[in-house]
Design a protein around this ligand. Structure first.
Ligand code: NAD
Length: 284
């Protein structure tokens, strides 16, 4: 006869619940936030447990599922005070939010994935010091393709040497508020590392008027803003009789979301420390 064993079933339920990690989203009503809410609906290992927004946001109090177009989830967008237990905070908001969100994660012993760009040196210090207590992953670009490009960019810069000038061109939608993009800086750092140089010492971010000839060993950045471009980056190696280009084109924000969720699943069970997408993708 079939017998139901209650204890193992309870244990199994507990183990399943333990395996599913609770996610809080910061910037939940933004473009990336809504895309992540939609993608989380198809996830088994991650579940949305909270949604944070700016204190003056019109989205405050609204259901994040309704905002993302996936129907009622009974999760309102709140400030930090309204956030319950969670395992990982995913941040795609604004640099001003980073310090307090870090504090919240350290207080709760939760992991933090920072996808927000435009961070300054102080934010980087905050990230490093939080990583002494919790697992933190910072990625200016969570796309798998861009992180692969960074490895190619560093390798090419090392192999080609000083005979080739390096320029980085980026293009984004008209609403982007920071320039050059975090990804352009990330690729610039990869090129500088390949050359044995340090950023930002070798970066040239503006050219106007009588600039004089190009200085040896510099890495130039140029920016395009317009329409709905999801994100395009080209690293140019310009030699005397040849030009090499490494280009990444994002067709859609979902590439960042897929990478972010892969990184979140990887990060949530790591020991404290500072990680990057290179660690997730084992590209080093
Ligand atoms: P968005 O403007 O559509 O959304 C930003 C969200 O943050 C909004 O919901 C806004 O209310 C909220 N916000 C603003 N200030 C805040 C604050 N002080 N505290 C809490 N919330 C605040 O922008 P987006 O396109 O979703 O991008 C968000 C961030 O993610 C940007 O920094 C962008 O550059 C970055 N981004 C990173 C990647 C990556 O791969 N790492 C990809 C795309 C975008």
């Amino acid at each position: 006869m079939f017998r139901v064993n209650r204890l193992p079933m309870a244990t199994l339920m507990f183990e399943l619940e333990d395996k599913v990690k609770k996610v809080v989203l910061s910037g939940a009503s933004g473009k990336m936030g809504c895309e992540i809410v939609r993608a989380l609906q198809g996830e088994h290992d991650l579940v949305l447990a909270g949604a944070m927004g700016h204190e003056n946001s019109k989205a405050l109090g609204k259901d994040v599922g309704q905002l993302a177009g996936v129907g009622e989830l009974s999760i309102p967008v709140t400030d930090r005070a309204g956030i319950g237990p969670f395992d990982i905070l995913i941040d795609f908001s604004r640099p001003e939010a980073i310090a307090e969100n870090m504090e919240l994660c350290v207080e709760r012993g939760a992991a933090m994935l920072v996808g927000t760009t435009g961070l300054d040196a102080l934010d980087s210090e905050r990230i490093s010091s939080a990583a002494r207590h919790i697992p933190v992953l910072y990625a200016a670009n969570t796309s798998i393709g861009v992180n692969l490009c960074a490895v190619l960019v560093e390798t090419a810069a090392r192999a080609l040497g000083d005979a080739y000038d390096i320029e980085i061109m980026e293009a984004h939608h008209r609403h982007k508020v920071d320039a050059p993009s975090g990804t352009a800086l990330f690729l610039g750092e990869a090129a500088a590392t390949g050359r044995g140089l340090a950023m930002p010492d070798c970066g040239v971010f503006t050219r106007e008027g009588t600039t004089g000839p190009r200085e040896d060993g510099t890495i130039g950045f140029s920016t395009v803003r317009g329409g709905d471009i999801a994100g395009e980056h080209t690293v140019l190696y310009v030699g005397e009789r040849e030009r090499i280009e490494i280009t990444h084109r994002a067709m859609d924000r979902r590439i960042f979301v897929n990478g972010a969720l892969r990184a979140a699943k990887w990060l949530v069970s790591r020991p404290r420390g500072l990680y990057g997408m290179q660690d997730v993708l084992e590209l080093e």
